[in-house]
Design a protein around this ligand. Structure first.
Ligand SMILES: *Cc1c(COP(=O)(O)O)cnc(C)c1O
Length: 471
């Protein structure tokens, strides 16, 4: 069927709308995951003639509503995964409705202006000085990439090279330093930028070792330091202010990976954890985690945002507006060119809930994390492994009588059993040499009841696993 002859628009959109309400209400009680066998129905060969929008929308909803991982619901504690606020959802639908290209003002004055406002509101939400500016990107991985790309451009300029034009060939290796918390995605960004993921020299096993870093920077020449604000196993932070002082003594660039941890700035209870972040040269953060906007959403802030154009501007193809053109825009300030208007859900959720709404949500999550820590501490078969500075509770199953040598295996099996069971989701990690669970609480829908269910499911599956066969 030629889309020109498809009259199914209203039916298709109405089908989505009709499904949305009941689906969203069901999230409070449905399991996180109940299998996706039916997804096969949507496979097979490419249809020769299509079925039209209306029929296809119903088919997709029928399978998708059952088969999806319901990670927008309140009991998905795996990774660090937010949901979607009502305002963000409505705005995200609007993004697709309007199908703007947020590449340039020439392509969409509207999307460009909305991106400027969204970035300014985010900057203000986190209490960053007005000089900070940035770009919206698809994720914190891309925010790390964007920030470290700008850092690379700065570093090469120190060696007299415009890396955007000439590349890395002929330059020495870029020195990159971090502490033990450096995230895999920062390494991936370095890998993509041609430095190699092993270019990071790690000082310290947890928080960065400042005196060791200080010594290394004294002899490294221009260097890049990656600080970690919110580590993924337990939510710990590098000491940003002292780190900034060390970096400022040397000729170095300070990048902060604050994918979710930057949200500590929203509450006076946790703002001390990110004190000093305003001294960073660049900051990476996620929207699709604690901001609770849909995928794909991240943002990079630069203290000197003009560096983005230098690092990411494209050589002017005659038909494109250049980086300096009044018809240019954010496509010249980050890795992507054509891009969706991901500013709209960010703008909408901040407009709908404001500074106080986000502070309330973050503080509720801080309370819930302490509540979960309390439930873990009170359970004789669970053992908490770390302090809870933010929104992650790192603990393991430790039933009385199970020999210590078997605990890693038991916790791995409990982790697998949780994902198979599907009522609640959490992932395992290795913390301090021990296999552990690390539920993260960043979804606006989560309540105390969800945590009680989480703990009771973990204990139930742990009891089963410790009775069951050992590998
Ligand atoms: C989640 C996370 C990332 C990567 O984020 P994506 O959005 O998955 O790309 C980077 N750093 C930290 C600290 C994170 O928690």
């Amino acid at each position: 069927m030629d889309p020109l002859h498809d009259d199914g628009t209203s039916d298709a959109l109405r089908a989505v709308f009709d499904a949305a309400g009941p689906y969203l209400s069901s999230l409070a009680s449905r399991p996180v995951y109940a299998g996706s066998a039916r997804v096969r129905e949507l496979g097979g060969a490419l249809p020769a003639d299509g079925a039209g929008a209306s029929s296809v929308a119903s088919q997709l909803l029928s399978v998708g509503l059952e088969s999806a991982t319901h990670s927008a619901g309140p009991r998905f504690f795996h990774f660090v995964t937010g949901g979607v606020t009502p305002a963000a959802l409505a705005a995200d639908w609007t993004v697709s409705l309007l199908d703007q290209n947020a590449f340039s003002r020439a392509a969409s004055e509207f999307a460009t202006a909305m991106e400027t406002t969204a970035l300014d509101w985010l900057r203000s939400l986190f209490g960053l000085p007005p000089s900070f500016g940035g770009a919206l990107v698809g994720s914190a991985t891309f925010a790390n990439f964007t920030a470290l790309g700008a850092a690379t451009h700065w570093w090469a300029a120190r060696h007299g090279v415009d890396v955007a034009a000439s590349g890395l060939a002929g330059l020495p290796r870029m020195p990159v330093f971090s502490g033990g918390y450096v995230h895999a995605s920062a390494r991936k960004a370095l890998q993509l930028l041609g430095h190699g993921r092993d270019s990071v020299s790690v000082h310290g096993s947890g928080r960065v070792d400042l005196s060791s870093l200080d010594r290394a920077l004294a002899s490294s020449g221009p260097a890049v330091v990656i600080a970690n604000a919110g580590e993924v196993n337990a939510g710990d932070f590098d000491p940003l202010a002292s780190l900034a002082s060390v970096v400022e003594r040397h000729d170095a660039w300070l990048h902060v990976d604050g994918a979710f941890g930057l949200f500590a700035a929203l509450s006076p209870r946790t703002a001390h954890l990110v004190a000093g972040v305003e001294r960073a040269d660049s900051i990476a953060c996620d929207g699709h985690k604690w901001l609770n906007v849909p995928y794909e959403s991240g943002f990079a802030f630069l203290r000197d945002p003009a560096r983005l154009g230098a690092a990411f501007g494209m050589p002017g193809a005659p038909y494109l507006p250049g980086a300096d053109s009044p018809r240019g825009g954010y496509g010249q300030l980050g890795p992507e060119s054509s891009r969706r208007a991901r500013s709209l859900p960010i703008w909408a959720t901040l407009a709908a809930y404001g500074r106080s709404g986000y502070r309330a949500m973050v503080e509720r999550h801080l309370d819930l994390a302490q509540e979960l820590a309390g439930l873990v501490d009170a359970a004789p078969d669970l053992e908490r492994l770390a302090d809870v500075p933010l929104c992650i509770v790192c603990f393991r199953v430790r039933p009385p009588g199970v020999p210590p040598a078997e605990l890693d295996d038991l916790n791995r099996r409990v982790g697998e059993a949780l994902l198979d069971d599907g009522r609640v989701f959490a992932g395992t990690t290795v913390y301090d040499g021990k296999v552990a669970l690390r539920p993260a609480i960043v979804n606006w829908r989560t309540t105390s009841r969800d945590l009680e269910l989480f703990v009771s499911v973990v204990r139930e599956l742990a009891a089963k696993a410790s009775r069951g066969p050992r590998r």
